[in-house]
Design a binder for this molecule. Structure first.
Ligand code: C5P
Length: 209
């Protein structure tokens, strides 16, 4: 099976030395890519800037920085995959006017105008053809189930893996995670707290079942 996975954060440029980003480490997406390679699948990994070794045995590794680049690469790669898993923490906003030169500090406050980035998952959900499976992630600090289910519907996902963030023992930079995997048919599977590597194997097994 041809599997496309995105991982890590994006960086949205403010000036040549500053950017807006988030706490995504890329560990969940990289673990999924490794697990998929180990199962013998043809895996393309599209990655934002992370401090992780590139998994061995990938079909393709594409490195991107901004949400705009991530959107372009994902829309190019999506039509030729059977399964796409969207683990990347794509920035929702970017500076409207990134500066060409380093900004100088002044005395007063600074206001940055931000604009929405493309919701890549939403775009891929609209492109999805019969036979393709689209899996999203939802990181929430509250109302996990309600938010996850509404995202799955809105973005035309077949599955959504929902995890609670803001807890010290799981999520973002942690090596461990726990998720609830919801299917579009309304059923769900709880995957308890474990290493992201183990969790990746279980998640793939459930998705490919
Ligand atoms: O709406 P929210 O960002 O919480 O949805 C999370 C899901 O949507 C994740 O699978 C994430 O990779 C994807 N996403 C995206 N493009 C964005 C924002 C989120 O693909 N701009």
């Amino acid at each position: 099976m041809r599997i496309l996975i995105n991982a890590g954060p994006t960086r949205e440029k403010i000036d040549p030395v500053r950017f807006i980003s988030n706490r995504s480490s890329g560990k969940m997406g990289y673990s999924l890519a490794e697990a998929a390679v180990a199962l013998g699948h043809t895996v393309t990994l599209v990655s934002g800037p992370v401090c992780l070794a590139r998994p061995e045995g990938l079909h393709k590794f594409l490195s991107i920085e901004s949400a705009e680049e991530m959107a372009r690469v994902m829309k190019e790669e999506f039509p030729s995959c059977d399964l796409a898993i969207l683990c990347a923490a794509v920035a929702d906003y970017r500076p409207v006017h990134p500066r060409g030169q380093k900004m100088k500090k002044g005395e007063g406050n600074l206001f940055l105008e931000l604009e929405r980035t493309e919701d890549i998952a939403l775009s891929l959900g609209k492109m999805k053809k019969p036979g393709q499976t689209l899996v999203g992630f939802a990181a929430e600090t509250e109302d996990l189930e309600k938010n996850a289910l509404s995202k799955m519907r809105k973005k035309n996902f077949d599955f959504i893996a929902a995890n609670q963030v803001g807890l010290p023992d799981r999520g973002f930079a942690s090596n461990d995670n726990a998720v609830t995997l919801y299917r579009a048919d309304g059923t769900k599977k709880e995957l308890s707290l474990k290493s992201k590597k183990e969790l990746a194997g279980e998640l793939l097994q459930e998705i490919l079942r």
